[in-house]
Design a protein around this ligand. Structure first.
Ligand code: ZN
Length: 240
């Protein structure tokens, strides 16, 4: 089975479509979505519908949670809060009900799916180094776990000690656990504007993080046309 695993779409339809098109050229059989389908960019409804049409496992992201709950937005940055208010107005009751049924963690065969981390998924903790990864590994019972949330691809490995690898294509060794951030399909923050996602082959035992170009001009135009903050369009260009 070859899985395309993507995260942090953030209502960037062109980013998501580019990922799905690239996956189509890579012999992918199945998909998995690691949450934050909405927030920041201008196509929340279309992105939710695309993901639902894939009929794939989905876990909840913090922006998804914020979008369907009506509590105050004071915990978010002003930029995220402005976008969230706009996003809340786009989502209808049916989509809200669908999100309400999406879980925080899922186990699918040999892999675990989570948006943030396994040690406290409901607190949306960020895994940014091997010490954070170590805490998550304590709750990981499958050989591989995929996550997102930081919008920066990363590969952590636990063989005795926990290390972060620099390579973005790995051969999975048996008896070793992997905690892999697939990067962001809709708002990358590692300085590379291209959409990011991972392909996991559970027979060849490989994971590859791929980057794909998308129609960023169109995404930026939609953001401005929607009246969303201009900074959200600009940051896509710089990949920050
Ligand atoms: Zn996100």
């Amino acid at each position: 089975m070859r899985y395309a695993i993507f995260a942090d779409i953030h209502a960037n339809l062109e980013g998501l479509d580019a990922v799905l098109a690239d996956a189509g050229t890579q012999g992918v059989d199945e998909f998995a979505c690691l949450g934050d389908i909405v927030g920041y960019n201008a196509d929340p409804v279309a992105c939710v519908q695309r993901v639902r049409a894939l009929n794939c496992p989905v876990v909840l992201g913090n922006h998804d949670e914020e979008a369907v709950r009506n509590h105050p937005l004071d915990r978010m940055s002003p930029l995220a809060a402005a976008a969230m208010e706009w996003t809340r107005n786009q989502l209808d009751e049916e989509i809200r009900r669908w999100f309400a049924g999406v879980r925080l963690v899922r186990q699918v065969r040999t892999m675990t799916l989570v948006h943030s981390s396994l040690d406290s998924p409901e607190n949306w903790t960020y895994v940014v180094n091997r010490w954070d990864a170590m805490a998550s590994f304590a709750y990981q019972f499958t050989p591989v776990c995929f996550h997102g949330h930081t919008h920066v691809p990363a590969v952590y490995v636990k063989r005795g000690r926990v290390e972060q690898l620099s390579e973005m294509a790995v051969k999975l060794e048996s008896g070793t656990k992997y905690f892999i951030n697939v990067g962001s399909a809709g708002q990358p923050r590692d300085g590379d504007w291209r959409a990011s996602y991972a392909i996991y082959d559970n027979e060849a035992h490989t994971v590859e993080i791929r980057r794909v170009e998308y129609d960023i001009d169109l995404t930026q135009k939609k953001i401005l046309d929607a009246g969303l903050p201009e900074l959200l369009a600009n940051r896509l260009g710089s990949g920050r």
